[in-house]
Write a protein that binds this ligand. Structure first.
Ligand SMILES: *Cc1c(COP(=O)(O)O)cnc(C)c1O
Length: 347
């Protein structure tokens, strides 16, 4: 779509930089289904180290990462406790029902964060009528809540409860590095509470493809098998892993720029007529823009913005989501603000 000048739809739209492409071109490769791709193996070691886990596995997508984890942790007929707006429940095309034959037990969170008492009440007792609780999933940062950060104390509480009940805990950490950069809390401190973690490279980290799933040696041994079953066994994939290694070295610290740009956008939009922004929600690289305008709703405003070259998706009838990323500059943010201002000046 070449009429888009400022693409705020998602941080998945980033294109590999020149430096990243150079790294991809130089990558040593081998057959990764045989475990012989040195670049993939190095990426898996680097991510294990970063997340403080025994082992890791490179997979094609964040969805596959999460779904392999669900497959390993659960048995058919079990229930997975998760937040009602989470990615696993809403945006993975019903994969957990399709692939693992589990049902989701969703809870309403506060800015995407589960309440410990709700989790306690949701865990099923031993009873012939009830589906056993097989897994608890947490999403950090939380996408649909607006890129919000999960407080560490809350994770610690849930982890303690899960351990008492013998229930595994999975982290959908597609944007974990945004939480790390925003808080200064190292990745290992978050991930220490989880049995498995998925981390995306094709979001703010700017690689073209891929996610890394991490956990114990035994967990990753099983994950390798399910990756093959799900059709995700890849061959000379070091070419792509090289992009992820480049992202680890070059694109983590700079996530702070995306957070700054999101703040700048929110600060400038929040006082415009007909727009409302909950600044408590603006914690990382997203801005949820509530549209309460006499001439526009979220869908028609999003269409009008697109006419002016600014792309941002309406996530529901009231909200537009704008996402900042490494292909968006401060000047583009300021220019987007002017376009918003022009469109909505008379509320
Ligand atoms: C993007 C995303 C994923 C994975 O999505 P894919 O498109 O399959 O890579 C998983 N969880 C969250 C929270 C995401 O935002």
């Amino acid at each position: 779509m070449n009429h888009i000048r400022i693409d705020l739809r998602s941080d998945t739209v980033t294109r590999p930089s020149r430096g990243m492409r150079d790294a991809m071109m130089r990558a040593d490769v081998g057959d990764d289904v045989y475990g012989e791709d040195p670049t993939v193996n190095f990426l898996q070691e680097r991510v294990s180290e970063l997340l403080g886990k025994d082992d890791a596995l490179y997979v094609p997508s964040g969805t596959m990462s999460n779904q392999i984890a669900i497959k390993i942790h659960t048995q058919p007929g079990q229930e997975v406790i998760c937040e009602e707006n989470c990615h696993i429940f809403n945006y993975e095309a019903g994969a957990s029902a399709f692939l693992s034959r589990v049902q989701m037990h969703t809870l309403r969170g506060n800015y995407g964060v589960l309440n410990i008492d709700d989790v306690k009440n949701a865990i099923r007792a031993e009873n012939v009528h009830l589906p056993p609780t097989g897994l608890i999933c947490i999403e950090n940062t939380h996408n649909r809540a607006g890129g919000t950060i999960y407080p560490l104390e809350n994770i610690a509480e849930i982890a303690k409860l899960a351990a008492q009940k013998g229930i595994p805990l999975h982290l959908d950490g597609a944007r974990l590095m945004n939480a790390v950069v925003a808080t200064g809390i190292p990745a290992r401190e978050w991930t220490g509470y989880f049995d498995s973690v998925s981390l995306c490279f094709s979001k703010g980290l700017g690689a073209p493809i891929g996610s890394v799933l991490s956990g114990t040696k035994e967990f990753i041994h099983k994950a390798r098998k399910y990756r093959k079953i799900f059709g995700g066994g890849m061959r000379q994939v070091g070419i792509l892993a090289a992009a992820c290694l480049y992202a680890l070295d070059n694109n983590i610290k700079r996530l702070a720029d995306d957070h700054e740009n999101a703040c700048l956008l929110a600060e400038n939009l929040k006082n415009l007529p007909g727009l409302f922004i909950d600044m408590k929600q603006v914690q990382t690289n997203m801005v949820m823009i509530h549209v309460r305008h006499s001439k526009f709703n979220s869908v028609t405003l999003s269409q009008a913005l697109l006419q002016q070259g600014v792309a941002a998706n309406a996530v529901d009838a009231e909200r537009i989501r704008a996402v900042t990323h490494l292909d968006i500059t401060k000047d583009q943010i300021l220019s987007a603000v002017e376009i918003f201002r022009d469109l909505i000046k008379d509320a």
